[in-house]
Unconditional design. Structure first.
Lengths: 182, 351
């Protein structure tokens, strides 16, 4: 496999750990809001805590991206796919940043106390407002579904690179080191 | 094969199929988790919808306990709660309070005198933004033992089938006691004379390992004066709101907060069962209601009295209701705040 360059180890660790967390968020989120069982409270607290953790992780990840950059896409990749790859990554980063902030802001506008990791009380980031609560609730809700759809598309694209195109794009973010990688 | 050119032909087709299967499994698991293919699951949406009166819910307003009036005041802690819980509002002192007296109906046109149950939403705030919310009712015990039974009660009471309630009562023997209470217990003519009970149990914690399962009540200092149901039914449709607004003009109204501690073996998970009378109870402070404001423009309008919003030192117990209430109240809150236009403030600048 020639010319395979990998993302830095920190970037790959962050990618796979965050992928696991983000998938967990989707399932916990959509499961908790359909539940009235005693599990509900624990799921909500877990969802809030994991959301804040992801907000911290995405900040580290952006810094790592700025520091280490990213391997170039293969020259063999057709222009439309290149465009799809670049734009979908902007969207993924945008949603990773925005969704936890929307959740935090929505609760602030409720106003609900925002308590994470058992007893850490976060300050409200917006004043109480029915209007803002509604707008933020809608945004959090619909963008989460869009995010899940995008993650599925991302997964499909990754598998396409790994199994069909075999162009080193998957290996760049692979959870294992490649021979030529660093 | 040159890996840069990748798979082609039949091999690629098989991989495309594999990718489609992986994506479909992901989407399917998500849909299953969301409950979209589980019509038997009791969701908060179903619970909230079951409360609606025949003409549909009152848009922009609470989906239950829709009639009410806001109040503000203070909670005066006497310090006696401190050995039970580290809740900061148990430290001797005064803490601001926002609350809401209400009538337990989902129909905004139901006359006050025809509704047997009344309620109080209460929010106590301590320094450091520690918040304690609760929603209590005048019934001494809850009509049913589980959230599922509560849902079935709503379905039965809205059902047109002639024997729906009879069938329900037969399946839920605990309901008989509530029926007896609702039809025979003396009613007062004022929120100020009513006792409000948490019914659900919660856990008070203090330091390491000290844990008490408790329920609490707000017991009026005013002497309850029983009013015959026929007299109540003849009063103005909103007499409770009018009476309390007028009464508070004469001076603050008071309730003693009484915490009752369960003994081992008490039914902590079942709010339809009262605990024995001789359980230890502690007077932890006094609720002082100083002002009353209309629901529509008052400071309680935007508060979701979610009983799981608790300070440090208080947590939920094995009682399944607070979680179900939290989930359902959230849906009610999300709906009504999105419907603000249907019930606008009369004074736009009011908060």
């Amino acid at each position: 496999m020639a010319n395979v360059q990998q993302f830095a180890l920190l970037q790959r660790v962050l990618h796979w750990f965050m992928a696991l967390c983000i998938l967990t968020m989707f399932f916990v989120g959509v499961g908790m809001v359909s539940s009235v069982t005693p599990r509900y409270l624990g799921l909500v607290e877990f969802h809030k805590s994991l959301g804040i953790l992801l907000l911290i992780l995405v900040a580290i990840r952006l810094a790592a991206r700025w520091r280490y950059g990213a391997p170039a896409l293969p020259a063999t990749l057709p222009e439309p796919l290149k465009l799809a790859a670049v734009s979908s990554h902007y969207l993924l980063y945008g949603l990773m940043i925005v969704l936890p902030l929307l959740g935090w802001a929505m609760l602030s506008a409720g106003p609900y106390p925002v308590v994470v990791f058992g007893s850490l009380r976060l300050p409200p980031i917006l004043p109480q407002s029915e209007f803002l609560h509604t707008v933020l609730w809608d945004a959090h809700h619909y963008l989460a579904f869009a995010f899940f759809a995008l993650v599925l598309a991302h997964l499909a694209a990754a598998l396409m690179h790994a199994l069909i195109r075999r162009d080193g794009v998957f290996e760049a973010m692979a959870p294992y080191p490649t021979r030529e990688g660093n | 094969m040159n890996p840069l050119q990748g798979q082609s032909g039949r091999g690629a087709l098989g991989y495309f199929a594999l990718i489609a299967v992986v994506v479909a499994i992901g989407a399917g698991a998500f849909i299953y988790t969301a409950g979209w293919v589980s019509p038997e699951r009791l969701t908060p949406e179903k619970l909230v919808a079951s409360l609606a009166p025949p003409g549909g819910p009152a848009l922009g307003r609470r989906r239950n306990h829709v009639k009410g009036v806001c109040f503000t005041g203070v909670f005066e802690a006497n310090g006696a709660g401190m050995p039970l819980s580290t809740a900061p509002m148990f430290v001797r002192g005064q803490y601001p309070v926002v609350g809401r007296f209400n009538v337990a109906t989902a129909d905004p046109n139901a006359p006050d005198g025809t509704v047997p149950v009344r309620g109080m939403g209460l929010q106590i705030t301590a320094p450091g933004e520690e918040v304690w919310r609760s929603a209590m009712i005048t019934a001494p015990f809850f009509p049913v033992a589980t959230p599922q039974a509560f849902y079935e009660l709503q379905l039965a009471s809205h059902s047109k089938a002639p024997d729906a309630m009879k069938t329900f009562a037969a399946a839920h023997p605990e309901f008989a006691a509530f029926g007896a209470w609702a039809t025979s217990a003396p009613q007062t003519g004022s929120f100020a004379e009513d006792r409000f009970n948490s019914l659900n149990s919660f856990v008070f914690t203090h330091g390491t390992g000290q844990r008490s399962v408790v329920r609490w009540s707000l017991v009026p200092t005013a002497t309850p004066v029983p009013v015959p149901p026929d007299d109540l039914a003849k009063r103005a449709p909103d007499f409770l709101e009018q009476e309390i607004a007028q009464r508070v003009q004469g001076g603050p109204l008071r309730w003693t907060m009484v915490v009752t501690v369960a003994a081992p073996g008490d039914p902590t998970a079942d709010p339809s069962k009262a605990w024995p009378q001789d359980r230890r109870s502690v007077d932890v402070g006094t609720l002082v209601v100083q002002q009353v404001q209309p629901d529509r423009d008052g400071p309680c309008r935007d508060i979701n009295f979610d009983p799981t919003v608790l300070p440090a030192g208080v947590t939920t117990s094995d009682d399944p209701f607070p979680a179900a209430r939290s989930s359902a109240y959230r849906v009610s809150f999300d709906r009504r705040t999105a419907e603000e236009k249907s019930w606008p403030r009369t004074a736009p600048e009011a908060k």
